[in-house]
Design a binder for this molecule. Structure first.
Ligand SMILES: Cc1ncc(COP(=O)(O)O)c(C=O)c1O
Length: 413
């Protein structure tokens, strides 16, 4: 009967990395793999949700106030004019907003440009929609496609690589900034390069800005939609999940020109009808949080970032890129470590009781079928992603457990 599964379902299989999660559970490992906080959500937001349930906001619901607040915020932060009645679709998290944006725009055979590395869920959505999530043609091997690589160690965007990836079938470019897994925040110049590509090719941009409020030092997040010519062709997706430490609430949104927002809303209504009613109500309280809330969010995360950078650099990881935003550190294995990323994570789980994510899952360039990368691709198996959205106690426990992996000189053995 398995043959009855659709082609899309057959493609969405569990990855070897999910097997590591199973091993981690068996070993009761501290979880630095997944990007959700292990500390409590802010009390004022939790109280708003409890009160919404008690006030019987428990039925299908569209909370227009969310669209009104988002329009105000987008005006204040980015200077963009958004019509709250037509340009916003509330969805179940960024994940559904992104999927609906893809289904609203991508037909079979359309090409969608992704950067490499990138967050894993985009590719699955694009494939389900029949799109081709690959675009960058290697000049010699015409049949080899890869994503547009960001160049390590700073994960810079080379404009010529992006331009070479455009074809007459390019329908959209997906941009995630602040970026998972690297913590990169795209610069204004890079955004202008992407905007030039979109405008010259007359294609759309779909952005994932879930870490919009989590940036460090003096780095500022700039929305691609603010670059001239882009608002009319950009769908911004984001959510409450990361900004308010409520990844389980499933409230997110897509913001874009009315024709796109309306198509996304129609898909959302057909698939889930509405986001959870009490959490939409609580979103009103969350979005109204005072400026100090957002400042504390940044400064708390910045001290967690500093802690994990110091900890991992101290034991020999090569940290050539300090995260400028998001909640992840993409750390390179020490030069003298002969293990691959997957082998290292296995050892990390078994010997230290800590789990992180092998970096190769975020890369999409051709890796050989035996799993060993070749030639210039080998850096793709040298990174480990650590999520530092964890309490001080958790991070301190990680520091202690890492001791099990160190030699007499205090370096990873
Ligand atoms: C880049 C990125 N986008 C989206 C999400 C998921 O967002 P949501 O919970 O709003 O669906 C995550 C979660 O880790 C993420 O890292």
């Amino acid at each position: 009967m398995e043959a009855k599964l659709s082609r899309a379902a057959k493609k969405l299989t569990t990855s070897p990395i999910q097997e590591l999660s199973h091993l981690a559970q068996c070993c009761n490992a501290i979880n630095l793999a997944e990007g959700f906080p292990d500390f409590p959500a802010p009390p004022h937001i939790k109280n708003a949700a409890v009160s919404a349930i008690n006030s019987d906001f428990n039925q299908y619901r569209h909370v227009q106030g969310i669209c009104d607040y988002l329009s105000q915020m987008v005006k204040e932060i980015h200077g963009l004019d958004i019509n709250p009645l037509t340009d916003v679709a509330i969805c179940c998290g960024q994940t559904e907003a992104f999927a609906a944006a893809i289904f609203a725009t991508i037909d079979a055979g359309d090409e969608v440009i992704l950067f490499d590395p990138s967050y894993e869920t985009y590719e699955g959505c694009i494939t389900m929609a029949g799109g081709v999530p690959v675009s960058y043609l290697l000049p010699i091997f015409i049949s080899n496609f890869i994503h547009v690589p960001l160049d390590p160690p700073q994960w810079t965007l080379d404009p010529s690589k992006l331009l070479r990836s455009l074809t007459e079938r390019t329908k959209a470019i997906v941009l995630n900034s602040p970026h998972n897994p690297t913590g990169k925040v795209f610069t204004k110049e890079e955004l202008e390069t992407i905007a030039r590509a979109c405008c010259s090719q007359d294609c759309l941009a779909i952005t994932d800005e879930v870490y919009e409020h989590i940036t460090y030092d003096t780095v500022k997040h700039i929305s691609l939609a603010t670059i001239p010519g882009m608002q009319e062709r950009t769908v911004i997706t984001s959510s409450l999940s990361k900004t308010f430490s409520v990844t389980g609430w499933r409230v997110g949104w897509a913001i874009g020109p009315a024709f796109l927002a309306s198509a996304i809303r129609n898909i959302h209504i057909k698939v889930t009808d509405s986001a959870p009613a009490p959490f939409q109500e609580a979103a009103l309280t969350a979005l109204r949080s005072p400026p100090e809330y957002f400042q504390t969010l940044k400064s708390d995360y910045q001290s967690k970032r500093d802690f994990i950078v110091k900890l991992l650099a101290g034991v020999g990881f090569k940290i050539q890129f300090i995260p400028q935003g998001s909640i992840f550190l993409f750390a390179e294995l020490p030069e003298d470590c002969l293990l691959s990323d997957v082998e290292f994570v296995k050892k990390l789980i078994l010997e230290a009781g800590v789990v992180a994510v092998p970096g190769q899952g975020f890369f999409h360039a051709n890796l050989s079928s035996n799993g060993i990368s070749e030639g210039s691709c080998s850096y793709q198996k040298r990174y480990i992603r650590f999520a530092f959205c964890k309490s001080h106690e958790t991070l301190a426990a990680v520091s202690e457990r890492l001791g099990n992996l160190l030699n007499g000189e205090g370096f990873l053995r």
